[in-house]
Design a protein around this ligand. Structure first.
Ligand SMILES: [Ca+2]
Ligand SMILES: [Ca+2]
Ligand SMILES: [Ca+2]
Ligand SMILES: [Ca+2]
Length: 334
């Protein structure tokens, strides 16, 4: 082999090494960069800015709210825009609330109500009673009217009663929030500082004769508006209106400070009976074990309601009860 050939082979080898390196870098860019995200949401990265240090100072975990700006310059409220401090949105009555009233049974809790709690939607309607346990926070509308919000945004876990007078058919619409300590990063401080907590909501509605008229199950609709933490944006996909994150990691992280959040704007009329939810995904159901309510008195004291053998209400959420942190659910009672 002459020197020219040796130099040529050396040049080819160096070129291969370089190509190898740059391909590896390209691959990393493709799986992690915001610019490579092709979905319909707005992507944020890292921690948001706290605007309210704690909505509920008595609570066990800090229920802060904040803001964050996405790569497309849209601004988002973290973990979600809520009406907790809006006096015109009524608090639901307590079933079990360690900072309010705790009852040993649903009948005891109902007996404590004087009727001033009943929200009138239709003056000629019947009184519907609902029992709700949400991890962590809910706001309920009936036909677009605010009917009851959760008294404890984060923890301790609590449960509620709502009563409203309405004519059938009517539409139940709920905003559900799985709260977070690391605003924008969808995580709380548990075994590691970046533990992705889970959501879940169960509800049971009955009429004046205590006949069941609605329970949470897969016939409800559920749409996702905030997904976090997303460790790798390439795990996200969409199918029609379904915003899917089940391929994403839910593992704890020692340092999740660079993880992503994905946000979608809520339709202004999402809570109204006229809103078309026909293209929304069906709610996904979860077992009591999956949500982990066995050690929560605010649930276990009321299993005669939430686990009624003939009409067993199921925990519902979107398709990812860990990473989806703001979910709207709807159901129309005929
Ligand atoms: Ca709560
Ligand atoms: Ca939670
Ligand atoms: Ca149940
Ligand atoms: Ca979560």
């Amino acid at each position: 082999m002459n020197w020219n050939n040796k130099l040529l082979i050396l040049a080819i080898c160096l070129n291969l090494v370089n190509t190898g390196c740059s391909e590896e870098e390209d691959t990393m860019d493709e799986t992690t960069a915001i610019g490579d995200y092709t979905g319909t949401g707005s992507v944020t990265q890292g921690l948001g800015t706290t605007t309210v240090s704690n909505l509920f100072p008595d609570g066990q975990r800090i229920a802060a709210t904040g803001t964050i700006t996405a790569s497309d310059d849209t601004e988002w409220i973290l973990p979600a825009e809520v009406n907790f401090t809006d006096d015109s949105f009524p608090f639901a009555s307590d079933l079990s609330n360690s900072y309010g009233n705790s009852y040993n049974s649903a009948s005891e809790a109902l007996a404590a109500l004087d009727g001033s709690d009943i929200i009138e939607i239709d003056g000629s309607g019947e009184v519907i009673t609902g029992f709700i346990f949400a991890d962590n926070y809910f706001e309920l509308y009936v036909n677009g009217e605010p009917v009851g919000k959760d008294a404890v945004p984060f923890t301790d876990f609590n449960s509620h009663i709502v009563r409203f007078r309405v004519e059938r058919p009517f539409t139940l619409a709920m905003k559900l929030v799985d709260w977070e300590e690391n605003l924008g990063l969808g995580s709380e401080k548990q075994a590691t500082d970046y533990h992705a907590g889970d959501g879940g909501m169960v509800a049971f509605f009955q009429d004046e004769q205590a006949a069941t008229i609605a329970i949470t199950n897969s016939t409800w609709k559920a749409q996702t508006y905030y997904i976090a933490p997303v460790q790798d944006l390439s795990c996200l996909s969409e199918d029609g209106q379904a915003r899917l994150s089940s391929s994403c990691s839910t593992a704890d992280a020692e340092d999740g400070s660079d993880f992503y959040g994905v946000h979608w704007e809520l339709p202004s009329d999402w809570m109204k009976e006229s809103f078309d939810d026909s293209e929304w995904p069906s709610a996904t159901t979860y077992t009591n074990n999956e949500i982990g309510v066995d050690n929560k008195e605010s649930y276990t004291n009321f299993t005669d309601i939430f686990d009624k053998p003939a009409d067993d209400a199921e925990f519902i959420w979107s398709s990812n009860v860990v990473l989806d942190n703001e979910v709207l659910v709807r159901y129309t009672v005929d």
